[in-house]
Every structure is written in C-alpha cells, then in structure tokens.
Design a protein around this ligand. Structure first.
Ligand code: PEP
Length: 251
C-alpha cells in the first residue's frame, strides 16, 4: 500500500530560530495525535540538523529542499546528500520548479542528485509540473513525461524509494490551485506512465503528492481523488495551525 504523505517545503522563509520555533509548534500540535498520513518538513539547509533534533521522538520526518549533484570536495557553498543524511534527515526535495527555473536544473543534473540521495538513504521527493504556457498549449502531459524520464533511469528497486510530487508551476504560490479534476487527471496519467515503464504494482505503490496553493480549505477535495496521495505544501506549511489543517484532511 502506498503511503499518504503531507510534506512541507519551507523554502527560504525561516531563520534558524524561526525554523526551530515552527518545528516545536508542529510537534506540540501533533502531540498525542495519530495522523493518518506521514508528516514531513523540508527545511533550509541551515536548520535541517536543529529541526531534526527538535522533532526527535515525534512522528515528524525531516528533509532538505535540495542536495548537491556532487559527492564531496571543492564545491563551495554546496551541501551533499551525505551531509544532509548526517543530520538525521530522511527526505530530500529534488527538481522543484524553483530550482529548475532559477538554477537551470535539468534531467542530467537531477539524475546525479537522485542517485546520490538514494545512495545516502534519503527519500527523494521528486517534483514535476508544467508552466502556464504548457498547460494552455495542452502539452503538459508530454512535458511531465519528459521530466519523469530522469526518475525512469532508476532501477525498479530504487524507483520504489522515490515519492513523486506533481506541482503545476502556475499554481505554486499564486493562490491558483489546480481543480481536483485537473490534478487527478495528471496524477492518473503519471501512474499509468509508471506502470508502462515498470509495472502495475510499482505504479500502485508510488506515492504521488499534489503541490500548488494547497491549503486546509482545498486539501479534503484534492486528497479525496483516487490518485492523489497527499501534498507538498509551501505557504501553508509556515504556520503549524495551517499545516495541521492539511494533515487533518486525511480522516
Ligand atoms: C511548493 O513550492 O512546493 C508549493 C507547493 O508552494 P505553495 O503551496 O505555496 O503553492
């Protein structure tokens, strides 16, 4: 059975102190509760270790928002997958549209990152999604298939460790959410593509998250779709109460 997951992506929004406070708020909000999904927070590099320490013993998993495509060495400013893993983090967002857009990340680079994340025991949360023009030109399915080609270089055993996040770029941080029908259509087509590339069991076991202005008010309808297994949450992950509403959308 595939996992249901609600994962936060704090982006470049929290100082170390703010990140620890947010992690504490979330830990307290979850205390004594049994969420019906896995809960993950992906934080800026500078707070990954402290947040991992803060939430130790709770149900919250921790991740980074990226990792280097290089293993180690003279790469000033970069943070390797092994460094991320050394904090106790278990997840790593890869291929977020903001990395693709502002840092020119392409499949060749993402394949290196995927392999390093997996080699270091991290679960990649691999993002795909079309921009507005591609949605309007109705080319979004082939765009997403092209992005999925990076994860399709993995063996079936490694692919089984990856979480996919469908994030229509036009819906990220814009307040525009894909309708549940639009999201379901893409999630189903990603799942069919995984089945064609690997097999039906692999496709059925892959968690595919939706991301793009997901919040407490629209999460229940999105999560009710058969192929939506949770969310990757930006803005609404920055306050524990907002994030909790999304977690609690899983009844
Ligand atoms: C994201 O960047 O992963 C995201 C989904 O952001 P938001 O929820 O703010 O649209």
């Amino acid at each position: 059975m595939r996992k249901k997951i609600v994962a936060g992506n704090w982006k470049m929004n929290t100082t170390l102190q703010e990140g620890i406070a947010l992690a504490n708020d979330l830990k307290n909000a979850l205390a004594g509760k049994t969420p019906k999904c896995d809960v993950v927070v992906c934080t800026p590099y500078i707070s990954v270790a402290a947040v991992a320490e803060t939430v130790k013993g709770s149900v919250i998993g921790v991740g980074a928002e990226d990792c280097s495509a290089n293993e180690k060495g003279a790469f000033t400013g970069e943070v390797s997958a092994s460094m991320v893993a050394s904090t106790g983090a278990k997840y790593c967002i890869l291929g977020h549209s903001e990395r693709r857009q502002y840092h020119g990340e392409d499949n060749a680079l993402l394949i290196k990152k995927l392999n390093l994340a997996l080699a270091n025991g991290l679960t990649p949360i691999f993002c795909v999604g079309e921009v507005k023009e591609e949605r309007e030109a109705n080319t979004f399915k082939s765009v997403i298939e092209g992005q999925m080609a990076a994860v399709y270089t993995l063996s079936a055993a490694d692919f089984a460790k990856v979480v996919i996040a469908y994030e229509p770029v036009w819906a990220i941080g814009t307040g525009l959410t894909a309708t549940s029908a639009q999201a379901q259509e893409v999630h189903a087509s990603i799942r069919a593509s995984i089945a064609a590339k690997y097999d039906k069991a692999t496709a059925e076991n892959t968690s595919i998250l939706y991301g793009g202005s997901c919040k407490g008010s629209n999460a229940p309808e999105l999560f009710a779709q058969p192929d939506i297994d949770g969310g990757l949450i930006g803005g609404a992950a920055l306050k524990a109460a907002d994030f909790m509403q999304i977690i609690e959308a899983w009844k």
